[in-house]
Design a protein around this ligand. Structure first.
Ligand code: ADP
Ligand code: SF4
Length: 691
């Protein structure tokens, strides 16, 4: 039981069909961008979550047949027996730490373009493939034999999943991303046979798969069912009332109901667009329909909120994907009453960008995510110091804070000097922008950790330069001084300063964040950065009453935020706030009172009146101290200085996740084997060559 009885309800075991979960912390299936390419890294990542106390740890989606491959995305597969060992490795890692292993079987149907298998996609009705890129192909309508095949393939995969050691084997119809959803949906199922039309008919395949799976593996494995309560598209999509009717038809067949929202962007809504527990209104009341346990998600990071949602009878288990990524040890910390140590997810969806860019998962808050096996990093442990040499860190942004807390935990004497009167660097400033308050957690968690480390001294209001660093006499110096936004327009489009006339009013994101606002009413935001900053500043300016226009060479604002599933929400919000979006346009020249833009395709230009321009282009590393120290190398021996390393934005500006990772990397590698760049510095698996 917990040190704190408030949370006892979260620590009680619960039966899920034939298996028992040790507590109420349930890591729902989530993508990782690792899948079949990085199976051992993936297995160890899931194993660390089991070690952190989760009762159930699930896979990402696992394709149960090759007629539905979601290439280029990298998920898992159980196409045949050869796929069993890689899944068995994951189950072993999860079991080694006493958790139950869950596996989510999927057939992508209309969502699988089958770029690898080159099979004709299958669907209840042969619509165009609805993947992620307007793929120019259509699925074919399944006949009865196809449906019989589908059932046989699902059953065979369930048996393989059990052989691989899994304890829960899903029937998955959630997120509007798979064939089961397409059968359930009025929109995608236009069949006139017993699998289409009425609700009963559309639910038929779901019922059959549930029964098939229970018959195949239900004596030893639980069979959860994952459905979306609502697609949030009104009557065009599935709505709560209809989903409840569906659940009512098969309420007692699965061993557990795992409920989400569709599409995925609504389910994993970023913190900019939704609060913790945002799905409660959609799940509340479902428990009246079934006696089986219910799990629901909602980016829960507060144990009080979690306990309340169980106590209120909305769910039986707390489903988490992102909170388990940001803190794989969340359950252990609740159990041990270490609530202040929980590394709370900030809801930035950088983890999702791993999947979208087909690269291994990363997390802004947890820099060890994805590195458990390939680099041997652990979210809670780090090897002790190997020397007594202290470290001076200049700059307390995400990079400096992470380096300081991780080095502090290794046992080094650390001094952290920050020129401002608050910790956090860019995070302290950016978390004041509209919708980004939760990002302050990057600072808050690290500040809390530093507070507990007697060997780390923090000095605010302490601007250092090369001379003061030399006077300080510390052998190791980390320059984590960040970066400043450029004022000359240099970035992706302009690699030399853009023409800016005398008297033109030009501002940078730093100006706006430091409350230097435009004079006059009409503002152009030139977004040559394409992630969140341009869009968020346009929102802020519109909120302050400026007539705001966003100019971008891309087809939409904040286009990279497609990878965090936020682009649609950003564009909608800006349009609703009256921001004008000028896509496919370049900014050629800024003059007092006007700018010239041109079409990226035709080159045709036009003049637009504007009182001020905000340039969101690129950033210049604040690497002055590092450069000055390099020039004074002759003074290093007398000062006892041995190494100077720039990390994070001071080396190369990037995302907050990159900065945290850079700080961690410095701390992990200090006094370790030299990394020369000649050898690959992480473990990887290579494809097995077949004779
Ligand atoms: P990163 O994302 O790499 O951590 P940030 O810009 O967030 O970078 O943080 C850099 C921090 O370094 C800021 O808080 C800034 O005030 C601080 N800083 C910059 N120059 C100095 C300096 N000369 N002395 C002390 N602190 C500095
Ligand atoms: Fe949360 Fe961001 Fe980490 Fe994802 S990347 S788990 S959203 S903090």
């Amino acid at each position: 039981m917990s040190q704190d009885t408030r949370f006892d309800i979260l620590l009680q075991p619960i039966e899920i069909g034939p298996v028992t979960a040790r507590n109420r912390f349930y890591q729902v299936p989530h993508c990782t961008g690792m899948g079949y390419r990085d199976p051992t890294a993936l297995a160890h990542m899931r194993g660390v979550k089991a070690e952190g106390g989760w009762a159930v740890v699930c896979t990402e989606q696992v394709e149960f047949h090759w007629s539905a491959d979601i290439t280029p995305f990298i998920e898992l597969r159980l196409w045949d027996d050869r796929d069993v060992p890689m899944l068995a490795r994951m189950a072993e890692q999860i079991h080694a730490h006493g958790a139950l292993a869950g596996l989510e079987l999927v057939h992508n149907g209309l969502h699988g373009p089958n770029f690898q298998s080159r099979e004709v996609p299958l669907a209840p009705t042969g619509f165009p493939v609805a993947g992620f890129g307007y793929e120019p192909l259509q699925a074919r309508t399944m006949d009865k034999a196809d449906i019989r095949n589908l059932r046989r393939w699902h059953r065979a995969a369930a048996l393989r999943a059990r052989r691989a050691g899994f304890d829960l084997i899903y029937v998955y119809g959630g997120h509007a991303l798979n064939i089961l959803h397409q059968f359930l949906s009025r929109e995608f199922n236009h069949r006139s046979d017993e699998y289409g039309g009425s609700l009963e008919n559309r639910v038929r395949l779901l019922e059959e798969l549930l029964i098939d799976t229970r018959e195949a593996v239900g004596d030893t494995c639980a069979v959860p069912c994952r459905l979306s309560m609502d697609e949030l598209r009104g009557a065009a999509g599935l709505e709560r009332a209809e989903t409840e009717d569906m659940i009512g038809l098969v309420a007692e067949i699965p061993d557990l109901w795992d409920l989400c929202l569709a599409g995925w962007e609504n389910d994993s809504l970023s913190s900019r667009f939704g609060e913790e527990g945002g799905q409660e209104p959609f799940i509340a009341g479902v428990k009246k329909l079934t006696t089986k346990p219910v799990v629901g998600v909602g980016r829960y990071t507060s144990p009080d909120r979690m306990a309340a949602v169980v106590r209120k009878g909305i769910v039986d288990l707390i489903g988490c994907a992102r909170p388990s990524i940001a803190d794989p040890f969340l359950p252990k910390k609740v159990e041990e009453g270490r609530i202040e140590d929980i590394r709370e997810c900030i809801g930035c969806n950088i983890c999702v960008s791993g999947d979208y860019t087909m690269s291994p998962i990363r997390c802004t808050q947890n820099p060890t995510m994805g590195e458990e096996w390939r680099k041997g990093w652990h979210p809670e442990r780090i090897r002790p110091k190997e020397t007594e040499k202290p470290v001076l860190i200049v700059g307390a942004g995400p990079a400096g804070l992470e380096a300081a807390q991780a080095l502090g935990k290794r046992g080094y004497e650390v001094t952290l000097a920050e020129q401002r009167t608050e910790l956090g660097g860019r995070v302290a400033r950016e978390c004041r922008l509209p919708g980004l308050a939760a990002w302050g957690r990057v600072r808050n968690w690290r500040a809390e950790q530093l507070h507990k480390l007697a060997n780390v001294s923090v000095y605010l209001d302490s601007a250092l330069d090369a001379d003061t660093v030399l006077e300080f006499g510390c052998p190791r110096v980390v320059i984590a001084t960040g970066a400043r936004w450029r004022r000359d327009g240099v970035g992706r489009h302009w690699t030399a300063p853009m023409p800016i006339g005398d008297g033109a009013q030009v501002l940078t994101p730093d100006d706006i964040m430091e409350d230097r606002l435009p004079q006059g009413g009409r503002v152009i935001v030139w977004d040559d950065d394409h992630y969140y900053m341009g869009g968020v500043l346009a929102e802020l300016l519109a909120d302050k009453g400026y007539e705001t226009t966003c100019v971008t060479a891309a087809s939409e604002v904040s286009t990279w935020s497609r990878n965090t599933m936020e682009q649609h929400f950003i564009q909608t919000r800006l349009l609703e706030k009256g921001v004008r979006i000028r896509a496919f346009r370049l900014l050629n020249r800024i003059s007092p009172g006007c700018v010239e833009t041109s079409c990226v395709h035709t080159g045709r230009s036009e003049e637009v009146e504007a009182d001020a321009v905000v340039l969101v282009t690129s950033r210049t590393p604040a690497d002055r101290i590092a450069a000055d120290l390099a020039r004074r190398r002759d003074r290093w021996p007398d000062a006892g200085l041995e190494s100077v390393d720039a990390v994070g934005d001071a080396l190369a500006p990037a995302t907050i996740a990159h900065a945290v990772y850079a700080g961690r990397r410095y701390a992990e590698e200090l006094d370790g084997p030299a990394i020369t760049g000649d050898a690959v510095p992480f473990k990887r698996e290579l494809a097995e060559l077949v004779d």
